[in-house]
Design a binder for this molecule. Sequence first.
Ligand code: GAL
Length: 635
Amino acid sequence: MSRKLGVCYYPEHWPEDQWPRDAARMKAAGLTLVRIGEFAWSRLEPSPGDLQFDWLDRAVAVLAEAGLEVVMGTPTATPPRWMLDKHPDMLAHDAEGRPRGFGSRRHYCFAHLGYRAEAARIARIMGERYGRDPRVVAWQIDNEYGCHDTTLSYSPAARDGFRDWLAQRYQSTEALNRAWGNVFWSMDYDSFDQIELPNLTVTEPNPSHAMAFRRFASDMVVAFNRAQVEALRTLTDAPLIHNYMGRVTEFDHHDLGADLEIASWDSYPMGFLMDRVEGDAAHKATYLRQGDPDFQAFHHDLYRGVGQDGRWWIMEQQPGPVNWAPWNPAPLPGMVRLWSHEAFAHGAEAVCYFRWRQAPFAQEQMHAGLLRADDAEALGLVEARQVAEEIAALPEARMSRAPVALVFNYPSQWAWEVQPQGADFDYFSLCFEMYRGLRKLGLSVDILPADPARLSGYDLILVPGLLNLSAEMTAFLAETPAQVLVGPRAGSKTPELTMALPLGPGLNGLEATVTHVESLPPGAGRALTGGGQAERWIEAIESPIPPRITTEDGAPVLLSADRQSYLAAWPDPEALSRILRDLCAQAGINTTEMPEGVRQRAMGPHRLVVNYSPETRIFEDDHLPPAGLLWKLAS
Ligand code: GAL
C-alpha cells in the first residue's frame, strides 16, 4: 500500500505568478497530492451560466507540471450569491424557523431540490472537463456535510420533502398513526399534508415523529451526495471521496459511504479536545497541546469502516493552531508528525494538511498553514517534510483485521438524543468510552456498522447502546464464536423509537428482562462488587442467570450465558477495564496495560507506539519523549 502526503490549496486566493513557486515548494517538501476547487464556485461561474474555467485549467497544469496529483473538489458547500437570487428558498432554517443567511458557507438545505439540481449540474460540468484528465486522481464531493450544524433544517423545502418521505415510508396515515402511537394526546393525522416538522411544538414532540425526522434528514444528505455521484460516475474512473468530520453524527455515514470509493475525514485534534471531547479540566490540561489520545484513532477506525474495502484518507490535517475552538494553543513540537504517522498506522492511504499558506484575509486568518501568511515556513511544513522522508522508508504493510470489533450505529445516536432519559446519556460517549477502555489495554479495534455480514472473524464484539437488535443481529450474536458484550440500553426499542416488547434486551440464549431503567446524576454512581461503579445509567434486570458483577447491594450488572454477556449499566473506567480484561481473557486476546497517554496500533506485522502524554514514558524498555513515536514489530 502506498502512502502519500498532500495539502489543501486555494489557487484563487493567490496571484497566478505565485502558483509555480508554490507547486515547486510543495513538491520539494515531499507532498504529492493537492486538493483544490472546493470553495471556488463564485470564480468558476461568476454569474449563472458564465463558466470561467480557464484559470482552473491553468492551476491544474501548473500543479501537474510540478509533479503533483490533483484532488478536485466540487464547490457545492459554497453556493455563490447569485444562487440565492435564483433559489430564494434554498436556505436551511434553524429550529426556531429562521433562515440561515448568506455570508459564510453551507447556506443550503439538503432537501431543496432546485439547489440539489444546481449541485449536480456543476458537478457534471466539472466531470466533463476533468473526469478523464489523468492529472486529476480523485474527487472530493462538497465539503464536510453537516459542518456548522447544517444537517437538520426546518425549512419549507424540508417540510415538503418530509411529507413525501413519510408517505413513501408509511403509505397511509393510519399506518403512521399506529407506528408512532398518535392516539396518545390526540395527535392522529388524516393527511400527510397536516404533518409538520417536529420543531416549535409546545412541549416535546412524539419521539417517533422526531426519530422519523432524523432518519429523513440523514436520507437528504445521502440523496444530495448521490445526485453528484450520479453526475460524476459515468464521467470519471477516479475515486469519489467526501471529507467527514470528528463527532458529527447527524447523518448515517455508512449509508453515504456506500456511494463513494474512499472515506476521508478532517482531523483537528486540539480543536476537538477543546470542544468535542468530554473530560475534566485535568484531562484537558494534560492533553492541551497534543489532543485526546483516543479521539483521532476512534475516527480513523470508524472511517476505515465507512470507506469501501477499508479505503480512507485524512483530507485535512491540523498543521498548527486553528481559529475555531474556544481556545487555540499551538501543538507541541512533534505532534503534526505524530498525528500523521498515527493515521498511516490505522491504514490511511493519504494525509493532506490543511492548508498550504495561512490566509491573511477573511474568516480563517488566525488558522495556521504549512506556510505563514508572509510565505515563510511554519513548523507544520518542517514536520510534514520529515514525515515525507520517514514514510518513504516505512515497510509496506496491509491492514489486518483487529481482534476486537466495536459496533457503531448512527440511528442509535439519534434515538438517544431524542430520548436521552438522563442528561448525560450520550451514545457516542458510551461507544467512545468503550473504545478508550480497549485502547488502554493496548488493543487494536475495528469500528463497524451493525451488519452481521461485516462482523465475522472477530474474537470480541462490543455492542453498546444499539437502539434495535434485529432478528439477524440476535441470531448472529448467539452463533458467532466471538465473545460478545451487549448493552447497556441495547435492544430496548423498535426502529420507530417505541418500546420493544417483550421487554429487551431480547438476546437469543441469554434469558434476561430489563424491567426498568434509572439515569444517575453526577456523583450518584452505584458501587460495584470488585471495584468501580455504575454511573449515568443503570437498569433493573430480572434473570435466572447468576450475575458476574452486581452493585454492592446485589442488583445484577453483568450477566453471561455461554459467549454472550449483557451489561446493564454504564461502567466507570475502572469497572470497564476489569470487564474488558476478563472478556479478552475468555476470548484468548492478550492485553497490555499501556502507560498513561501511550497507545499502540497494529498494522499487519508492524505496530506504531505513540506518546500523547506531556511527559517521557517508558514502554517495553523504550523511552518515548512527549510526541515520541516508534514503529515496532507486532508482539
Ligand atoms: C474544516 C474545513 C476547512 C477549514 C478548516 C479549518 O472544517 O473543511 O475548510 O474551514 O476546517 O480548521
